[in-house]
Design a protein. Structure first.
Ligand SMILES: [Mn+2]
Length: 292
């Protein structure tokens, strides 16, 4: 089992809970695999010589790779190149695979944009196949010579790629492995009940943006309560719910006419005072400002 870098986003100062869970999980992989190899990613250290999880490599049958090295795997001879290696100084050995953690120019990000990074032409000097971590979206480049394994789960809200682990068989055959993991959704709604239409699975992570006219902002506290209860009912985990203002002046004349009828300045002040738990004196002072 090879893990191609970036175990966490934060590079340092991880909590005891996280570190112990991570350690136990990595050690438990030894029940299924002869050996576990962790390759240093750019998020695995603040100072390149002190990767946070380097100590895990002292455990029997687990290696943490901080410097380029060759290891014989069941799939063939493999040259490991960790993040932060200077590619221009690198001499390529004869090997079946080069496994690395790098962004090569032209790789596609989650947004669909092309990333810039290491010039993929540096790989011309290597004769085998290249497998890399770092970019989250599974993809191949250079007519199949370079493969991004991709992330095994969604990393950012709005991600829509299919997460995977890549199984490379001893004959070089490849199989995509997918494991159940929470997906990360961002839902834009106009009313809480719109959430009933969404197809997220139990355990998925959800952010909710509720599009509201400014004049409807007084609805937000009750909307928020409803959103929380629907999310809890569906078994999702809520990672934020916020109102987003939609324009009500430019777009629709009849709506803005509606607006002046619907909301009186006094209502806005009363609502504001209630939300901020203002005392009766403050409310009185606010209303006095209105009446001039
Ligand atoms: Mn990275």
């Amino acid at each position: 089992m090879v893990i191609l870098g970036d175990f966490t986003v934060a590079k340092d100062r991880h909590s005891a809970v996280l570190v112990n869970r991570l350690f136990d999980s990595i050690v438990s992989l030894l029940d299924c695999y002869d050996r576990v190899i962790l390759l240093k990613g750019n998020h695995d250290c603040l100072a390149p010589e002190y990767p946070f999880l380097r100590f895990i490599g002292t455990y029997d049958r687990i290696s943490f790779i901080s410097d380029p090295q060759i290891i014989d795997l069941s799939v063939g001879r493999t040259f490991f190149v960790p993040a932060l290696t200077k590619w221009s100084n690198l001499e390529f050995p004869e090997a079946d695979y080069l496994m690395t953690h790098a962004t090569f120019s032209g790789a596609k990000a989650e947004t669909g944009f092309s990333l810039t990074g290491v010039d993929p032409l540096v790989l011309d000097g290597f004769n085998g196949e290249v497998v890399s971590g770092d970019v989250h979206v599974p993809q191949t480049m250079m007519r199949g010579k370079l493969t991004y394994v991709g992330a095994p789960y969604h990393v950012r809200f709005g991600d829509c790629f299919d997460p995977r682990l890549l199984l490379i068989g001893d004959t070089g055959n490849r199989i995509d492995l997918e494991f159940p993991a929470p997906r990360k959704h961002t839902f834009s709604i106009t009313r809480p009940e719109d959430l009933m239409e969404e197809g997220a699975a139990e355990g998925d992570h959800v952010k909710v943006k509720c599009l509201l006219k400014r004049s409807d902002y007084s609805l937000w506290p009750s909307y928020r309560t409803e959103i929380r209860s629907i999310v809890a009912d569906r078994g999702w985990r809520l990672f934020g719910a916020e109102p987003v203002t939609i324009g009500d002046k430019m777009s629709d004349k009849s709506e803005s006419a509606d607006l002046t009828e619907a909301v009186l300045p006094d209502d806005l002040v009363v609502d504001y005072a209630r939300r901020h738990k203002a005392s009766a004196d403050y409310l009185k002072a606010g209303r006095r400002f209105l009446s001039g």
